[in-house]
Design a protein around this ligand. Sequence first.
Ligand SMILES: Nc1nc2c(ncn2[C@@H]2O[C@H](COP(=O)(O)OP(=O)(O)OP(=O)(O)O)[C@@H](O)[C@H]2O)c(=O)[nH]1
Ligand SMILES: [Mg+2]
Length: 198
Amino acid sequence: MKRDWKKVEFLKSAYSRRDFLNFPFPVFTFCGRSNVGKSSLINLLVWNRKAAKVSSRPGKTASVNYFLVDGSLVLVDLPGYGFAKRSREERLRWASLMEDFFEYQKGIKTNFILLDSRLGPTPLDLQLIDWLKFLGQDFAFVLTKSDKVKKQDLRKIREKIKEEFSKPVIPTSAKTGQGRKELISCIEKIERGEKCLP
Ligand SMILES: Nc1nc2c(ncn2[C@@H]2O[C@H](COP(=O)(O)OP(=O)(O)OP(=O)(O)O)[C@@H](O)[C@H]2O)c(=O)[nH]1
Ligand SMILES: [Mg+2]
């Protein structure tokens, strides 16, 4: 199907399992540390700065947020983890919301794990990867904020992650627009059941 990736509808924020939505459409999620750039990346995909709320303060997105693109595909902005200033209750609430989400959300085609181009995977990212593997969920990587690193460093970190996990790794920048096309093409390939190997 030809999609122009411009029409985006915010559908719902879910705070618990009973709020999760079921769709006749493929679902792609965006997960990663607080402040890594999940909401910004969703906005980049649909060329809309205001679709998902962005903030320089970590911990902005605290619920599961569903976006419908061109009436035929769902993007999910997930709450970020690893934000030290959160209370214990908040962290526990996040963990159980995520556990429920990956267990009960239907139609997930793949989960994009966002990693800061300067940092690569952190211990909490590795925990998430183990959890997704345990649940039999597929995943791929997106490097964010590529505008903040030198080209050669970006290449190195990308190769390293590719080698370690044998999964797609797509460098992106919400600032320059780098990687938007590649990510869209990857999403559409996965949707068609093809392999995405950037
Ligand atoms: N330079 C640069 N800054 C970025 C990029 N992407 C996001 N940012 C900035 O990083 C901060 C966090 O971005 P968000 O998109 O809100 O991050 P998030 O992962 O959704 O954060 P939470 O909702 O707290 O989990 C904001 O100040 C963004 O402007 C990027 O590609 N380049
Ligand atoms: Mg966010």
